[in-house]
Design a protein around this ligand. Structure first.
Ligand SMILES: [Zn+2]
Length: 464
């Protein structure tokens, strides 16, 4: 409405100007040989304006006619591209929903409409992955690697494929290539760290960690812990190749970073002891034990004292741990030393108070040893039976794959996940199990074994 009024206003101004000009007095005279043309100035100007406008319209019309085929072509290509991207997004939705057939169909459609645009390769690769067709997926990812704009995405896809098939060397080669092409990409650095730790390449892992730290991708507590774990492993490698100096210096680094990491304390104490610094090693172990009494520390202590007689070891233990005697783990450790020294009365004094209801398997075993030493065979049998039912001893379990490892490692020996081993008891048996055993024990005591066993046997037969 406003536009219409504006146009009318413009036309009004032009008409008014024309009328005003036409009414002005004055004339123009044009002489060409004998020909004389004479016209009022206003009328001439209006005529010139009219022809000028006519020429402008004619030119616009000619341009429109000339461009028509191209515009039609553009319109068609635009619609095609629009359909292609629609197929692409529907395909991505199908991938996310896990609909393999739909994803494959959309991938073909997008590829046809978008003339093989790089992104259609990603959809095709994901559709192939969904279908379980790994070789097709690899082909599509490889094609992406060949295009500069999708190369990194293709490498990421290829690496995921290699990881899935468990080919760590292949994955590492791809990560190294990605690092060369686009240095410092976060996922590439993370992948290099994970793969190197899993492969036991601890020097390489340290370099990858520092690159991550440099980009603030790992920081704070996490960074400190990772550095400590890597330092313990670098110390182990140095020791294996006979480089005692490096072994000791890496162990010191690890211990300073994380004194609560038992593997770091135990390793440093052992190396200090081997270097002739016995009292320094004892102090490290005692301080570590007071913070967290881990069996790694007591084992290291016993190894440190391996040249001493059992009696001296027991005395040394009492001296070293006298400030920590109320802790159950300390009592248990001293009881072991006392038993080795043949001092059963001392051992009983230490673990007797811990041997009540819910005593650990270790305490029950120690009580059995004391009973054996005292010639109490029935008592020993009783303690061993209790040991079997008691909560089991802790061990190194992998948080990622649940595998048990005989010793601590910076990465799980089974699945290779970094810093995944935790010291914990095995998962307890199903709650019904203990109750069932307790019920049979009760029957044993009251002498109704046959009455208990018979119905359950017939029930089992009926079920079978
Ligand atoms: Zn594992």
């Amino acid at each position: 409405m406003i536009r219409l009024l504006w146009t009318l206003a413009k036309i009004g101004v032009v008409v008014a100007a024309a009328v005003w000009l036409a009414q002005r007095p004055g004339a123009v005279e044009l002489r060409l040989g004998n020909l004389v043309i004479e016209a009022p100035t206003g009328a001439l100007l209006v005529t010139l304006l009219f022809f000028g406008l006519l020429a402008a319209f004619a030119y616009r019309f000619w341009l429109a006619v000339r461009r028509a085929p191209q515009a039609m072509r553009f319109g068609r290509a635009g619609r095609r591209r629009e359909q292609g991207y629609r197929a692409l997004s529907l395909g991505m939705v199908a991938v996310a929903a896990g609909a393999a057939d739909e994803a494959r169909r959309r991938a073909r459609e997008a590829d046809r409409l978008l003339d093989g645009a790089p992104l259609t390769l990603l959809l095709a690769a994901q559709a192939a992955q969904l279908d379980g067709d790994d070789s097709a997926a690899r082909r599509f990812f490889q094609a992406m690697v060949d295009e500069p704009e999708t190369s990194l995405l293709g490498l990421r896809g290829l690496m995921a494929q290699a990881n899935r098939s468990g080919d760590r060397d292949e994955a590492l080669a791809i990560a190294a290539r990605a690092q060369k092409e686009r240095p410092g990409t976060p996922w590439v650095l993370e992948a290099l760290f994970d793969l190197r730790t899993a492969n036991g390449d601890w020097n390489g892992a340290s370099a990858a960690l520092e690159a991550l730290a440099g980009r603030k991708l790992v920081r704070g507590e996490d960074l400190r812990r990772r550095r400590a774990v890597i330092a313990v492993e670098r110390s182990r490698l140095a020791e294996e190749r006979g480089d005692k100096g490096s072994a000791l210096s890496h162990a010191r680094t690890a211990w300073k970073l994380d004194p609560a990491l038992p593997a770091a304390t135990a390793r440093l104490a052992r190396l200090e002891g081997a270097a002739g610094h016995g009292s320094r090693a004892e102090k490290l172990l005692r301080d570590g034990w007071t913070k967290a009494p881990h069996p790694l520390l007591s084992e290291t202590l016993e190894a440190l004292w391996s040249r001493l007689t059992p009696a001296v070891r027991f005395t040394q233990g009492q001296r070293l741990l006298k400030g920590d005697i109320e802790r159950p783990e300390t009592r248990s450790l001293l009881a072991d030393l006392a038993l080795a020294a043949g001092q059963r009365a001392e051992a009983r004094k230490l673990v007797g108070p811990l041997a009540g209801e819910g005593a650990s398997a270790r305490i029950c075993r120690q009580m059995a040893s004391i009973a054996v030493g005292e010639g109490d065979t029935a008592g020993a049998r009783n303690w061993l039976a209790r040991a079997r039912l008691a909560p089991a001893d802790p061990a190194w379990f992998c948080r990622a794959c649940s595998a048990v490892s005989a010793e601590w490692r910076g990465a799980c020996p089974q699945c290779g996940v970094f810093d995944s081993l935790e010291w914990r008891p095995p998962a307890p048996p199903a709650p019904g199990q203990a109750d069932a055993i307790a019920a049979i024990e009760q029957e044993l005591e009251t002498g109704h074994v046959a009455a208990v066993a018979a119905p359950s046997r017939t029930e089992a037969a009926r079920e079978a």
